[in-house]
Design a protein around this ligand. Sequence first.
Ligand code: MRU
Length: 345
Amino acid sequence: MALASLAIRWHDTALDLLDQRALPTDTTWLRITDAREAAHAIREMVVRGAPAIGITAGYGLALEAQRLGDQASLAALAPAFEVLAASRPTAVNLFWALDRLRQAAGDLSGGALAQHLSEQAERLHRDDLAANRRLGEAGLSLLPQEARVYTHCNTGALATGGHGTALGIIRSAWEAGRLRSVYAGETRPWQQGARLTSWELMQDGIPVTLVADSCAAMLMAQGEVDVVIVGADRIAANGDTANKIGTYSLAVLARHHGIPFIVAAPDSTLDAAMQDGSGIVIEQRPAEEVRQVAGQPCAPADCPVYNPAFDVTPAALISAIVTENGVIPSPDPTAMAAYFARSAS
Ligand code: MRU
């Protein structure tokens, strides 16, 4: 095996993905052999989480180049780029990864192109793990001793190349003896918090308490939460942040209760070309996700449903954004521009 993390195993000529739809009851791996299958796995949430989607797209392209053999070229790969780009719209990591591989392809062709794309996809995978470890360390400065953290969705090793983003800070805090406990919001309707975050943290022996999303306000009012840490799918140039639906409500609650609200994401989640959050395309998901729980009806079968997968938290509600390159306190257009200028130099 060339490279493996909790949910993504790369074998040089095939990719295995841990089917996150089946967790926590079953650990089933699905084999991916071309770009179309990779796109399907992303769309159907076999793999999810912004960085993991980007890594999968990278491997999907490498597999497609292998499949094309002598015929592989940037032009021949155009349909593969297209099908992957159409898989999910909100997480910018997907488009970032596709751009990185497009640039890496240059005018290579055939076996040389396939080999190069494979190496570049592995690099995305490795770099994401390294970025998350740095991000985890950087976030420690924002936590009190014995921190009680509230988090949302799943931002862990399942959602990334390893370690995690918001869960990366939580993991690093646990390793550093700075963490008392974690509240994981269940994250209706797909239940990433209930099905994935609780599973992941329990595997590592990190104390986690699962709560219904609607419990967050009361926990905060009772003084049980020191800090809220969430991930991101796309951070605009002014700091507005798209993340799992329900994130915005948590930011409003945190502000009301005077609790720091921290966003953790690698640079691959920053979209300098997106002026503010109003331009971010929000994915709409199937009505059945809301009308059912674990495949069982919980609403009339024909009840109209609105099911956006993400919301946008205004930068003004965010206390800090943490990346692998440090902390951006009180993100606003000026702070973000200074960060982008620093990263470019
Ligand atoms: O729909 P999902 O499960 O892909 O949504 C995931 C999230 O919103 C995460 O918070 C985000 O991608 C960051 S993962 C490190």
